[in-house]
Structures are given as structure tokens and as C-alpha cells.
Ligand binder design. Structure first.
Ligand SMILES: [Zn+2]
Length: 203
């Protein structure tokens, strides 16, 4: 994971960005606004002046910060939403999944979830798997194509019915969603913008 990747995925619009887990040394920043990241957050410098006169930075061939950037008054911790993206970028998949499942459970309209499952007859839109758990009872899950934590809407055109296997792969952005969706029995309308968003962020 690099500072530039973080800067891009978190939409922070810096001209240069550096990442170091410990936050205590970096290669110098070259263009501004600029950002230094550590594993839990970041500091932002709007101007070169703000950076080059910062009392907590020791300048040399590299820059050093005693105690790390987390000691800066301007240090900003990642939000819950940002943390999910950061965990995915650093491939901490277990943490990313745990947080994002908890995050979306309380933010989704459960009646829409049930409607989507019904539209798809509980079959996975990607692999067509159906999991029967008893007579006339099926298990399925619903995926938000553009995730809620990335400001995806909790709307039907952003939702597909999936099996647990495909759901994990989608959440971890390990697989693309290719059109046409393999299984869409009632021609459920899916917004192509959300599919493009997903595919652009596949690892
Ligand atoms: Zn599947």
C-alpha cells in the first residue's frame, strides 16, 4: 500500500502523499497540498510553508518525527468508512469484512433486501447457486454494488442477490461483475454506474 493509493481511494486530493505504518519517518514531500499517512490516520499540509516550518519535523535526507505524526495537533484519524478502505488496501481482509458487515447491517433497508431476494428467487446473480435450507426455505444474501460505506445508495438499482461465497469476493473486491449479470430472471434494473464503480476498484 502506498500513500498515493490511499490518497486516491480516500479522495483526499493531495498532490503528494507518503505512507509509513509507524508514522515516524518519510521521504520528503515535494508538492502541495500534501499528506503523511500512518496506519491509523494522517496529517495534511496545505502549503510548503506549513510543512517546512513545522516544529515537530526534523528535516534531512529523510524527514523524522519523534513519536510519529499521531502526536501532531492536526492529526486526523481515519473514519469507520475510511478504515474499511484502508483495511482492503492493506489486504487485512478479516478486519475489513468484520467492520463492513457490521457497518452495513444497521444502514440497509431490510424490506428492500427481502424484495431483491424474491426477485432473484434466492439464486446468486453471479454463479446461479441456490442454497436450500429446508422445504421451501432458502438462504441468500444481498450485496450493495457500490458499497454503503463509499456512499452507494440503499436503492434497488444498487442491489443484487448473491450466495455467501460470491458475496465475500465482491466485498473484498476480488472479482468483477460482468454484464450481463448471469442470472437476472425478472430483469431487475441495475445501474451500470455502480457496476463500473465496482469494476474500477477490483484489486
Ligand atoms: Zn455465487
Amino acid at each position: 500500500m502506498t500513500g498515493n493509493q490511499l490518497n486516491n481511494r480516500l479522495n483526499l486530493n493531495a498532490q503528494s502523499a507518503r505512507y509509513r505504518k509507524t508514522g515516524d519517518w518519510y521521504h520528503p514531500l515535494v508538492s502541495f497540498p500534501a499528506i503523511l499517512f500512518d496506519q491509523n490516520g494522517y496529517v495534511r499540509f496545505e502549503t510548503e510553508f506549513e510543512y517546512s516550518t513545522h516544529p515537530q519535523i526534523q528535516f534531512g535526507q529523510d524527514i523524522h518525527i519523534n513519536g510519529g505524526i499521531q502526536t501532531f495537533p492536526s492529526y486526523t484519524e481515519f473514519t469507520t468508512e475510511e478504515n474499511i478502505i484502508v483495511d482492503l488496501l492493506r489486504k487485512d481482509y478479516e478486519s475489513a469484512l468484520r467492520v463492513l458487515r457490521e457497518y452495513s447491517t444497521y444502514r440497509r433497508n431490510q424490506s428492500l433486501v427481502l424484495q431483491v431476494k424474491e426477485i432473484f428467487n434466492n439464486s446468486c446473480a453471479l454463479c446461479e447457486t441456490t442454497i436450500q435450507i429446508s422445504e421451501n426455505k432458502y438462504y441468500s444474501e444481498v450485496h450493495h454494488i457500490k458499497p454503503l460505506y463509499e456512499n452507494g445508495p440503499d436503492d434497488m438499482d444498487n442491489m443484487i442477490c448473491v450466495c455467501p461465497n460470491c458475496h465475500v469476493k465482491l466485498d473484498l473486491k476480488l472479482i468483477r461483475i460482468d454484464i450481463p449479470i448471469q442470472y437476472n430472471p425478472n430483469n431487475h434494473f441495475i445501474n451500470q454506474d455502480f457496476i463500473d464503480y465496482h469494476n474500477n476498484n477490483v484489486a
